[in-house]
Design a protein around this ligand. Sequence first.
Ligand code: FEO
Length: 399
Amino acid sequence: MHNERKIGNELFYVGGNDRRIALFENVYPVPDGVTYNSYIIKDEKTALLDTVDSAIADRFLENVSSVLNGKKLDYIIVNHMEPDHAATLTRVIEKYPEATVVGNTKTLAFIKQFFDIDIDEHFFTVKEGDELSLGKHILTFVMAPLVHWPEVMVTYDKTDKVLFSADAFGTFGTLSGNLFSDEYEFGAKEKAEARRYYTNIVGKYGAQVSALLTKASKLDIDMICPLHGPVWRNNISEIVDLYKKWAAYEPEEKGVLIVYGSIYGNTENAAEIIAGKLADSGVKKIAVYDASKTDASYIVAEAFKYSHIIIACATYNNEPFTKVETLITELKEHNLSKRTVALVENGTWGPQANKKIAEVFSAMKDMTILESKVTVKSSLKQEQLAQIDALVAEVKASL
Ligand code: FEO
């Protein structure tokens, strides 16, 4: 049974929720699921903007059919070819063979890579600034390479000032009836999931996101329709301001993220003591995570949020403890920069973590590694508290 929603003049939402998914991209836990958004503009001509993941294919096709209500589908606009949006493209093409698929040259190449399909005669290639008239609605195409794949473009409806933004401005999490972010409380939990989505999915491409934000700033936008999460309308600046910060790798908060990798609890103890001493020194914004317990995607998001990072890490197989090693690699691969870092290591006979973690952070852009480092040998001893105090004082002074 169809469940499409009218969200604007001749504009319909035909996507849906996936509450069953455990891991988005088979990597990121999504305890609150995810949406795959798709939209139809039903003007003199009709246009479908992106399709959906195969998980919700049947509902989606029912929605499309219901909105069209016997009218021909003229265009299928492919803003992004990643399968969470394009997996059902061939099913739509099979059902609506007269439709013209609209994308750029890279879109066409990716369609051919993913599908065995003879599409050339049904494909209309667009480039930056090209326009497509649906009747009343005039669409303009804006290229947004690497937000999040190289073929990504966004589509701007000049008539109703709607930006179909592909992955940009998306969030993890499903929607409970209300489709607009101003219809429910987009609170700290929702913001954290928007941050976790951005940092893990698009975070690597800050320069490209900034380029898109610059292009978007020249458009008059009343509504943003992303491919995941709510539609933005009355509170657009809320998400755009966050994106500006994230894309520039500017921390949201002056605060300290403490991450520990601890095998038997001694490194954890050092991390907890540091957290307590920071609090005693007046630092309010402190977040402590066990890298073995919390999925890296949450910690990556927190690293984008806070200005300072303290890593307390055991040595394992002569390397940083595996879970921390993985996390540090993720931070580097997501191009995190502009952070201040302090290091604490543990090793019963050959501590190596500080040296190897410092090497990784040193290779990242605009990172400051503080002088005060602590080496724990098996367990923290009373006589080392002065070193801990020095580290805490240096972090506090640099906040
Ligand atoms: Fe939601 Fe890059 O796909």
